[in-house]
Design a protein around this ligand. Structure first.
Ligand SMILES: NC(=O)C1=CN([C@@H]2O[C@H](COP(=O)(O)OP(=O)(O)OC[C@H]3O[C@@H](n4cnc5c(N)ncnc54)[C@H](OP(=O)(O)O)[C@@H]3O)[C@@H](O)[C@H]2O)C=CC1
Ligand SMILES: O=C(O)[C@@H]1CCC=N1
Length: 270
């Protein structure tokens, strides 16, 4: 039986997964097949890992692999499915990392085992969580194989598909959300003082990195960290109180907009 794993779509995520699976040893070079609309970037990977296979097209990859990971954007998934399904026997495991379509759509299109995986860019540094939702046809051994693969580049959390969108907001989207909030802190400092953008940017970045390192090293909860920094009657307390008053409706609206966008992707494929 063919045990090759295929990655379709060599963009931000596809390249991260390919690099991570190879560097961690989760896949031997000979076990990986990659294809994408343009093969230029993947050719650079093959220069470093000459044992990998580059497939000329999606159907060619599908014919070689028993695990196929779709790493294209939601509007491109249907077209890729149309190309690969005729080339599959029907028992290969199809894994989609796209925000849409949902498991039901994938399962209606393809008779074999299907899984949705939602990685995080943080897995590029071994610190991402991949959310995993399997459909009911996926057998334990197949589920474990996929989870082992993604565990090699970070942690894996199984979620019911009904919670995948909400968990994705925190996990897959989270690095961008935290970066956006940090940018707003920077802008507020520049608007409200004589600090240069460069100096404020450096301070925000160092504080962000240091906060993550502190949380990790001490195991402190977010709540406790706030308590440790906010001296009673001091300046942090004033800032935290302002955030606790003004931020919940802003974040509720953000969450709602993100879930609505996710629902739109699921309904229309983009
Ligand atoms: N970015 C993130 O942090 C996360 C993204 N995701 C999901 O991952 C998926 C990919 O995202 P991302 O990597 O950021 O997107 P990118 O646009 O960086 O990558 C998509 C890749 O798919 C290729 N592609 C497009 N159409 C086809 C096709 N018909 N056949 C083969 N390859 C094709 C593109 O090729 P070309 O470059 O030639 O156009 C591109 O390399 C999305 O569905 C997204 O929902 C999930 C979790 C996190
Ligand atoms: O923004 C997106 O749609 C993708 C899914 C999770 C992170 N990036």
């Amino acid at each position: 039986m063919n045990r090759q794993t295929g990655i379709i779509g060599y963009g931000h995520m596809g390249s991260m997964l390919a690099e991570g699976f190879l560097a961690s040893g989760a896949l031997e070079q000979e076990e990986l097949v990659v294809t994408s609309r343009s093969l230029t970037a993947a050719e650079a990977l093959r220069t470093r890992y000459p044992g990998i296979t580059l497939a000329a097209d999606n159907a060619g990859l599908a014919r070689r692999c028993d695990l196929v990971v779709l790493c294209v954007r939601p509007p491109d998934v249907q077209r890729v499915l149309d190309e690969i399904i005729p080339a599959l026997r029907g028992d290969e495991h199809l894994v989609s990392i796209a925000a849409a379509p949902d498991l039901k759509t994938l399962e209606d299109a393809y008779p074999g085992p299907v899984t949705r995986a939602m990685p995080s860019i943080l897995s590029e540094v071994g610190r991402g969580t991949t959310l995993i939702a399997h459909e009911s046809r996926t057998r334990t051994t197949e589920a474990e194989r996929v989870e082992r693969l993604f565990s090699a580049i970070g942690s894996v959390v199984r979620v019911g598909e009904e919670n995948l969108a909400a968990a994705t907001v925190i996990s897959g989207c989270g690095p961008a959300l935290i970066a956006a909030i940090s940018e707003e802190l920077l802008h507020a400092a520049v608007r409200g003082s004589d600090l240069t953008r460069e100096d404020a940017g450096r301070l925000v970045r160092e504080t962000l990195i240091g906060t993550a390192a502190y949380l990790e090293a001490t195991g402190t909860s977010l709540e406790d960290l706030i308590r440790r920094v906010a001296t009673p009657g001091g300046i942090t307390e004033a800032g935290v109180a302002a955030l606790q008053t003004d931020l919940p409706p802003v974040l509720d609206a953000m969450f709602e907009r993100m879930l609505a966008r996710n629902a739109a992707l699921l309904s229309f494929g983009g």
